[in-house]
Design a protein. Structure first.
Length: 129
């Protein structure tokens, strides 16, 4: 009897802790993604509030037009270049700098740490003005 009660209590505690995270995920990630996909298959252009007509389902015509557009392929290629530079350039370089500074492989550790963080600090100050 006590074993079943403990299992039920454990299950309730699990759901009590997991449910808020699942709800936040659905509200912030899943619902907007699904809603955007559904909306992309309509002719929605702001609705009647912005002078448009009612919403009609148009299917995959927007996607077909997008894949036939030459500028889509150019922008996709440019995004892959940016992603490659980030993944194979910035991230390994950042890890290398962090490792070198953390292990103390350079003298004047504080100077190099300041030089690495200085651009971020300067950008924050510039953006606030």
């Amino acid at each position: 009897m006590k074993k079943n009660y403990a299992k039920a209590e454990e299950r309730r505690a699990y759901w009590l802790l997991v449910l808020p995270a699942v709800l936040v995920y659905w509200v912030v990630m899943a619902f907007p993604t699904i809603f955007s996909l559904v909306l992309s298959m309509t002719n929605y252009n702001g609705g009647r509030i912005f002078g448009g007509t009612g919403i009609k389902f148009v299917g995959l015509t927007h996607y077909i037009r997008m894949f036939q557009d030459q500028y889509f392929w150019i922008s996709l290629k440019n995004n892959f270049y940016i992603m490659a530079v980030s993944v194979f350039g910035q991230i390994p370089l950042g890890f290398t700098f962090a490792y070198v500074i953390h292990r103390g492989l350079v003298k004047q550790r504080d100077f190099f740490q300041t030089m690495l963080y200085l651009p971020s600090v300067c950008l924050c100050v510039i953006k606030k003005q």
